[in-house]
Design a binder for this molecule. Structure first.
Ligand code: NAP
Length: 539
């Protein structure tokens, strides 16, 4: 086992969230001396940092978890269909402790730089305390939606009240919002979860909306013993089904397109899946909602109808109806009483689409000349997704090339796993990996990486490095797959998956839209072919 004071390792993994924990477990299985470096004060990654009110999964527990550990599967008990943030964090803490992972995790350690030395064929990692550690392999498990996006709104630093970002919510104290005037900027999955929960306690909640979202109802309920027992029994089968699904969930894929059916039947199916909730509406209604504009229009209309039926004030309802982009143009959030919250007297929606926010003042936010007085301001403004964590630090490959510079004019990766010019560097959920349910994609990713490292060891290969050709081909494939989907309209909706949510970021698909099932098969093929596309140096 690794000694945390020793500076020499086979592998250094950055991040102790879902990715880093699973990677450590799988690297141990193949005898790699590994250390995980984690910036936070505990394990959990996303689920450690995002402690904002209302935080919970948009995915159901039975596929938002790992299948690889029989002990964890059999012993862990989920209590809610959509687990809350504290419950997911407890699950990851349980996983870490049950698999004995903690002794190889160094907390409160932020990686600032990692540099490859071509002569020694080792990576040297420098942390924020100035320590250096060396390893053959460097593996990022830093997360895809982890680097907070703080928009540059005039006057933001002048705000004298309490200012929070959802992804950096205080952990050392309870934030008391009771009776306060709270402003919220941002209505993606984070903001949408905050609205109904904060509305319950705040004196007033002022929601500043730029782009309305298609929020799909989620019906949460308790997981009873019988359901838990069934899920335990079905875990391996569920995982297999998830692996064969475009979004890596164990769902049935619908057989019909929405426009093929008559309006009554179409409505019945939409209604049934709306009641089932969440991703079931997105993925189990019709086969062509992500590819056909007419079919997509039916889904978009259905949701607009639901908004108008739910929100009593017609003007507010119209403001909440997305009209400038189609359903799936953004990642649809799951709602838990989201639209209903706007029927409360203490919730006000302020449209900032046309003119934006004039300024943030010491005691509020001014929009169109109207000043909204606030005690608390919450930024739920998302993340520099997919690439943000990787470009925030210096990852230096061959010839002194820094990863952020390599990607400055376009993403290049081989299956989102490796990068030409960066030998023995791997990414779990790197950019250009699939748009999918993440724990399944993570489990697949870490097992693939562990398999590649084992293959290298067994075959005397000292450098695994993506070939240039393979990453050129993959970049073309990612662009082609994305442009064939409705998600290409994400440009009009500032969607993170196309890089449009961060000003100045190149517009391109940051994820593979060709299906998780297709992607896993490609990864399997590379492994079966002896990792040829990753033998850039040792050819
Ligand atoms: P997001 O979807 O990127 O939403 C960010 C929000 O901030 C948008 O409403 C955006 O408005 C707004 N915004 C950004 N800059 C702004 C500015 N300068 N002025 C006004 N508004 C601004 O971020 P997120 O809600 O954190 O979610 C990101 C992703 O994380 C989700 O899609 C999901 O994949 C994941 N997530 C999942 C869960 C879950 O599963 N339970 C929960 C949270 C997050 P515009 O739309 O107009 O740009």
């Amino acid at each position: 086992m690794a000694d945390v004071t020793s500076p020499e390792y086979d592998a250094i993994v950055i991040g102790a969230g879902f990715s880093g924990l699973a990677m450590l477990h799988h690297l141990r299985e193949i005898g790699q001396r590994t250390i995980v470096l984690e910036a936070g004060g505990g394990v959990g990654g996303t689920w450690y940092w995002n402690t904002y009110p209302g935080a919970r999964t948009d995915s159901e527990f039975y596929y938002y978890s790992f299948s690889f550990s029989e002990e964890v599967r059999n012993e862990w008990v989920w209590t809610e269909r959509y687990p809350s943030q504290p419950e997911v964090l407890r699950y990851l803490e349980f996983l870490a402790s049950r698999l004995g992972l903690n002794k190889d995790i160094r907390l409160n350690t932020r990686v600032e730089r990692a540099e490859y030395d071509e002569s020694t064929r080792k990576w040297t990692v420098t942390t924020d305390s100035g320590d250096t550690l060396t390893a053959t392999y460097l593996i990022s498990g830093m997360g895809v939606l982890a680097e907070p996006n703080l928009p540059d709104i005039p006057g933001a630093s002048s705000f004298a009240g309490e200012l929070y970002h959802t992804a950096r919510w205080p952990r050392d104290r309870e934030v008391d919002l009771r009776g306060k005037r709270v402003g919220l900027i941002g209505l993606g999955a984070s903001g949408v979860q905050i609205v109904p929960v904060v509305a319950e306690v705040a004196g007033e909640l002022v929601v500043f909306q730029r782009t309305p979202n298609y929020v799909v109802a989620s019906s949460n309920y308790t997981v009873d013993d019988e359901w838990m027992a069934r899920v335990r029994k079905e875990y391996p089968e569920n995982f297999k089904r998830a692996r064969e699904h475009i979004f890596a969930v164990p769902f049935e894929s619908p057989r019909h397109g929405a426009k093929e059916l008559d309006p009554g039947e179409r409505e019945r199916i939409f209604e049934e899946k709306w009641r089932e909730g969440g991703f079931h509406f997105m993925l189990e209604t019709f086969s062509d909602l992500a590819t056909d504009e007419e079919s997509n229009h039916h889904a978009s209309e259905f949701i607009r109808k639901k908004i108008r039926e739910t929100v009593k004030d017609p003007e507010t309802a119209e403001l909440l109806c997305p009209k400038d982009y189609p359903f799936n143009g953004k990642r649809p959030p799951g709602g838990h009483g989201y639209y209903e919250a706007y029927n409360r007297d203490n919730v006000r929606l302020v449209d900032i689409r046309e003119h934006g926010i004039d300024e943030i003042t010491p005691d509020g936010v001014r929009v169109g000349g109207v000043h909204h007085e606030l005690d608390v301001l919450i930024f739920a403004t998302g993340f520099d997704a997919m690439t943000g964590t990787l470009t925030a630090i210096d990852i230096v490959g061959r010839d002194g090339v820094v990863l952020r510079d390599k990607w400055s004019d376009g993403l290049k990766t081989n299956l989102g796993l490796g990068v030409h010019g960066f030998p023995n560097f791997f990414m779990i959920l790197g950019p250009q990996t699939p748009y999918a349910n993440l724990p399944v994609a993570i489990q697949e990713g870490v097992q693939w990486i562990a398999g590649a490292l084992k293959y290298a060891r067994d075959n005397g290969i000292t450098e695994l490095e993506s070939t240039k050709d393979a990453e050129e081909e993959w970049a073309a494939q990612v662009a082609e797959a994305g442009s064939a989907t409705i998600m290409a309209k994400g440009v009009d909706a500032n969607a993170w998956f196309i890089g449009a949510n961060v000003p100045g970021k190149p517009i391109e698909f940051n994820v593979y839209m060709g299906g998780a099932d297709d992607y896993f098969k490609r990864c399997d093929d590379v492994a079966a072919g002896g990792y040829r596309q990753f033998l850039g140096s040792d050819r």
